[in-house]
Design a protein around this ligand. Structure first.
Ligand code: OXD
Ligand code: MN
Length: 588
């Protein structure tokens, strides 16, 4: 399928290491994929669901010990520990290769090795990059088909010369949690993942390539790989403004990316278009502005909590050609169910482990809390017409956000780009009662990249400052949002979901210079009267309450920021320290 000597040499080397019985190059044809689906159904790896209700959909169950990303077993293998930085697990590359090869050697014996050529980003886009994943899992092949552009077309466009592609080796081995490793070699463009079959650990195009390896590539090549959704806001006059937003995992990126505007906005002619829900690659365009693509081709979304109210567009995306992982199997009609889908759990069902489950009687959850759908982007009713645009979309605003009960106001704008880097660097989220452990504990997650930055975060912040300098006055404006302020009883004050459009509207008006704001120690905060509250039962006084910037609460942040920054030693950019000092001075 290719004459590229660098690809052929590596596949040969890995074949000798892994000793598969068969080798299948994935060409991406329907015929080949249909045959693989049939084979996986036969072996029980996937289960075909009701063709009338869920055409082209399948169910898969992972091993019980293999249901989520494993941050403590994820390593950045750089020549020195300092290059990986204090927030990553590190291994020496030579030692890591030796360990991984000794775990993986010969483990394709008796099995088929699938060679998956894939493109992150529209095939042939100057912003896209190519990867080759080797795997012994048909589930991985079928998921990669949804999440990336893959097959022969990728290699045809890539050509026979370039060595600019990412090597990915995945082997299921024994799904042994003690020998599970997800290792990244940024200097070698290489990823090796062993002893897992769970999406985030084995769909190597996603977090491993499109964030960890790509963030390093972006640093070297003057672009950025970020944990950000991309959405377009179409105004009544047809003009579309694009926004990127970074929130930590489980803070509602997929919901915001597919937001349905409140009725008043719809009637006035506003629309929201989804370009991506998880990752963006950003590069300065010829016009000097920052342009973004979504490198993915599908959504790997959390199923529980997804329903017709919370996210009708995501739900609609899962109605065909979707793979469900670790959800409930409804045996009455061969469909699927998860907690929060509706109030009508099936009674004749199997839970995510495959055990009999009666949703009306059981006090156990039926779906795993991290159960997932892998759905093609083309299914999304609000998919942007620019989804496949090779040049991407121009970004007007970057939005950071986290889950803070009190400290951060509903929205504020940074003073400028450099101050925005500071805002992103102090991002934090509080643990909720839903998770184990103490409530309200602050976890710092700068730019939502803590588990995904493939190099030292000190260098990463400096790279942000450098990008700002390049972009100059064409740089997007930077904001911070917090949908999660609570009242004294602990209830969320802001309604969220579609009503977040009201905040996006203010953000866009700020980008256009169409609305004034109040200067505070942390940035520009809206005048309550400037956020449109038409059509909701929400008063300006309530709004003023959640826009409040408390000197005491922000002072209480200083220690935590100090401690966090302290971990970076002299890798902390001087510009960031200067921003922190200016912030302290402004607080007074
Ligand atoms: C994800 C995550 O799966 O951020 O997107 O954990
Ligand atoms: Mn994510």
């Amino acid at each position: 399928m290719t004459k590229n000597p660098t690809i052929l040499a590596w596949v040969k080397e890995m074949t000798e290491l892994m000793t598969p019985d068969n080798i299948v190059w994935i060409d991406g044809s329907k015929q080949q994929l249909d045959a693989l689906r049939a084979e996986a159904c036969q072996s029980g790896e996937i289960i075909k669901l009701n063709e009338e209700k869920l055409p082209g959909c399948y169910l898969h169950r992972t091993a019980e010990n293999d249901v989520a990303r494993v941050e403590d077993r994820t390593f950045i293998c750089t020549p020195t520990k300092e290059m990986a930085g204090p927030t990553n697990n590190w291994k020496d590359p030579a030692e890591a290769y030796e360990m991984l090869y000794s775990i993986a050697r010969g483990r394709y014996a008796g099995r088929t090795m699938y060679v998956i050529p894939y493109s992150m980003g529209p095939i042939g886009s100057p912003l896209a990059k190519v990867g080759i994943e080797l795997t012994d899992s048909i589930y991985v092949v079928l998921n990669m088909e949804i999440m990336t552009r893959m097959g022969k077309a990728v290699l045809d466009t890539f050509g026979d010369e370039s060595n600019d592609w990412v090597r990915g080796l995945h082997a299921k081995c024994d799904i042994d949690g003690e020998k599970r490793y997800i290792c990244h070699f940024p200097q070698d463009n290489t990823i090796i993942s062993v002893n897992s079959g769970y999406g985030g650990n084995v769909l190597l195009g996603k977090k491993c390539f499109a964030l960890r390896i790509a963030s390093y590539q972006g640093w070297k090549e003057e672009w950025m790989a970020e944990h950000m959704l991309i959405l377009g806001i179409e105004k009544p006059d047809g003009d579309v403004k694009y926004v990127c937003a970074a929130f930590p995992s489980a803070c509602g990126k997929t919901n915001l990316a597919m937001l349905i505007p409140p009725e008043g906005y719809q009637n006035a002619g506003y629309k929201v278009w989804c370009v991506g829900d998880d990752i963006s690659w950003l590069r300065q365009g010829e016009d000097g502005r920052l342009w973004a693509i979504n490198p993915e081709n599908g959504f790997f979304g959390v199923a529980p909590g997804t329903n017709v109210k919370s996210n009708p567009n995501a739900l609609a995306s899962t109605m065909s050609d979707t793979i469900f992982t670790n959800v409930v199997h409804n045996l009455d009609d061969n469909t699927v169910w998860w907690e929060g889908l509706d109030k009508n759990p099936p009674t004749n069902a199997l839970d995510w482990k495959g055990n009999p489950w009666n949703g009306k009687e059981s006090d156990q959850k039926g779906a795993h809390p991290n159960s997932r759908f892998t759905a093609p982007a083309r299914n999304c009713p609000c998919l942007s017409s620019k989804f496949d645009a090779t040049e991407g979309v121009p970004i007007s605003a970057i939005v950071f956000g986290g889950r803070r009960a009190k400290t951060a106001p509903l929205v504020y704008q940074s003073f400028d780009w450099n101050n925005g880097v500071f805002v992103g660097s102090i991002m934090a989220s509080e643990t909720t009662a839903a998770a184990a452990g103490a409530v309200g504990v602050v976890r710092r997650d700068p730019m939502a990249m803590l588990p995904f930055c493939g190099y030292n975060m000190g260098d990463y912040w400096q790279h942000w400052f450098n990008m700002g300098e390049k972009l100059g006055d064409k740089a997007p404006k930077i904001f911070n949002v917090n949908w999660f302020r609570t009242d004294d009883e602990g209830h969320f004050v802001w309604p969220g979901f579609g009503d977040n459009m009201r905040v996006l509207d203010w953000i866009i008006r700020r980008c256009e210079g169409a609305v004034e704001a109040n200067e505070t120690a942390i940035g520009y905060v809206p005048n309550p009267a400037d956020i449109n509250l038409d059509g909701i039962d929400f008063t300006e006084a309530q709004l003023a309450d959640i826009l409040d910037v408390s000197k005491d609460l922000w002072e209480a942040e200083i220690d935590g920021i100090n401690q966090f920054y302290g971990r970076f030693g002299d890798k902390l950019p001087a510009a960031l320290k200067a921003q922190f000092d200016a912030f302290k001075a402004k607080l007074g």
